[in-house]
Design a protein around this ligand. Structure first.
Ligand SMILES: [Fe+2]
Ligand SMILES: [Fe+2]
Length: 198
């Protein structure tokens, strides 16, 4: 099967399983990820595929996400029990292997980490994490600055994106998963903006 046909088939299935807004978002993340990959020297095919399928499990019900996580041996901590949607990354990573035959470890990891990030991320994982925030359909205060930084300093863009999530969750009085804080701290330490170092 040629790559083109495979992508067409994935797109068809994606359209069937996601809401139309989420489907458009997925295409946006794919296109943005390819642009970032060109700049940061990442395989364009991998970036395109990872961007396209990153939200593969996003529209599963909470019940199904918890069931699949248990079935796949994915750790479900207390926070994920309360907010099962946080599991759509790791569950999606497993599902794209099982349902689409995507076995590439780097793509799986990028999908698994796209919601909360990780202290250690591959360039591909950083690209998907950031593309998720800046794709053309996104709109929130400060997005123009993040879009600009994404194409200049990828690590700083990861930090800004994690902070954007933390601020948003604080404002909405929603639970913040500690992994998001760990990601934020790790990328803050990498950056020049760490007050503790001064
Ligand atoms: Fe997502
Ligand atoms: Fe997304």
């Amino acid at each position: 099967m040629s790559k083109k046909i495979k992508e067409e088939e994935i797109i068809k299935r994606l359209k069937a399983i996601l809401s139309s807004k989420r489907y458009q978002h997925s295409l946006g993340v794919r296109d943005t990820a390819v642009k970032l990959a060109q700049l940061y020297g990442v395989d364009l095919g991998k970036a395109s595929l990872a961007g396209l399928v990153h939200d593969w499990a996003k529209d599963l019900t909470d019940e199904l996400l918890l069931k699949k996580a248990e079935q796949f041996g994915i750790l479900v901590d207390n926070i994920c029990l309360v907010c099962p949607n946080l599991l759509h990354g790791p569950v999606g990573a497993e599902l794209i292997s099982r349902e689409l035959g995507i076995q590439d470890q780097e793509i799986r990891e990028a999908v698994a980490q796209h919601t909360m990030g990780s202290e250690k991320m591959s360039t591909l994982a950083k690209i998907i994490f950031v593309a998720d925030y800046i794709e053309p359909n996104r709109n929130y205060p400060g997005i123009d600055r993040l879009r600009e930084i994404a194409f200049k300093k990828l690590d700083l863009a990861v930090l800004m994106a994690a902070e954007q999530t933390i601020k948003y969750l604080l404002e909405k009085k929603e639970i913040i998963h500690p992994q998001t804080v760990l990601t934020r701290n790790a990328f803050l330490i990498l950056s020049d903006e760490n007050e503790c170092r001064r």
